[in-house]
Write a protein that binds this ligand. Structure first.
Ligand SMILES: [Zn+2]
Length: 284
């Protein structure tokens, strides 16, 4: 079975009041890092999980009315040295060598860098793309989708994960029962985590010399939310695709963590996870 090396990085951050993310918490603004992951696979080479912020986002935020609204709701701090392509180069990975980008969902903070990896196939759950494909203006914005971030050659590079790809998973993934072995070697297994966005996927990564990692993207925003089952505030719920599905996905992640506490669960915007795994700080 192939095993990978996982490097977690960030592309800057946005700011929200803390209570938006954890109900009953403070109104004080908090930084939420926009993380992505570089997965080095022994045969496929470098693979990305999401791409974070990048120039197309900054362009949309300054030149389109939908981008300005998006950036007013989640004010972003990001610059070229922080974009995924630059972070890849800094670790010795040429963006042109990235053969696959796995997009958890199509919100701007996850797909803005797709154009910087021109040779990569783009994998995603078919239901995620179906929800946003063809949307423009306010209808797109309501789905957290900025169409200008999607590369012009998207259709040629797209590898949607469709219904027939799903199969039963072993007990090591419990309580998740069905998933998709993306490369057919057990190294990367996708599961559905809908709710925050339609068709959001989570990714299990089999790591070399380390416990497996479970990248959950925005199925929860902090480690506390899945450990303690804390739902986000009501305001945030207006932006979510399906609150019942979100609650269900969060419950599954919490149950998975209880059954498999050694697996590193990684939410894309968790400050504590960022400090520990990206900045290398020792936390109490
Ligand atoms: Zn996000």
């Amino acid at each position: 079975m192939s095993e990978c090396r996982l490097t977690l990085l960030d592309t800057g951050y946005c700011v929200h009041p803390e209570h938006v993310v954890l109900r009953n918490r403070r109104l004080k603004p908090m930084r939420f890092p926009a993380m992505f992951a570089v997965i080095e696979h022994p045969e496929r080479g470098p693979i990305l999980f999401d791409t974070g912020y990048a120039q197309p986002y900054l362009d949309a935020a300054s030149s389109t009315w939908t981008g300005r609204i998006y950036n007013a709701v989640t004010p972003v701090t990001s610059s070229p040295p922080e974009f995924a392509a630059a972070k890849c180069r800094a670790m010795g990975v040429d963006p042109a060598d990235v053969s696959l980008v796995i997009a958890s969902h199509f919100h701007a903070d996850h797909v803005a860098g797709l154009c910087d990896f021109p040779r990569a196939e783009i994998m995603f759950l078919e239901s995620a793309w179906k929800r946003v494909a063809g949307l423009k203006g306010l209808r797109a914005l309501r789905q957290g989708f900025l169409p200008s971030l999607i590369p012009s050659d998207f259709q040629e590079r797209a590898c949607p994960i469709e219904g027939e790809a799903w199969s039963a998973l072993g007990s090591e993934f419990g309580p998740f029962q069905r998933g998709v072995d993306l490369l057919g070697d057990g190294s990367l297994v996708a599961v559905a985590l809908p709710g925050h966005a339609a068709g959001q996927l989570g990714l299990f990564v089999r790591r070399r010399d380390q416990p497996d990692a479970f990248l959950v993207a925005d199925a929860c925003w902090t480690a506390r939310s899945f450990k303690e089952g804390i739902m986000p505030s009501r305001i945030t719920r207006l932006l979510f695709d399906d609150m019942d599905a979100y609650r269900f996905s969060l419950g599954l992640i919490g149950a998975f963590h209880k059954l498999h506490p050694d697996v590193e669960v990684i939410p894309s915007h968790c400050g504590e996870t960022h400090r520990r795994l990206v900045l290398g700080e020792a936390l109490p």
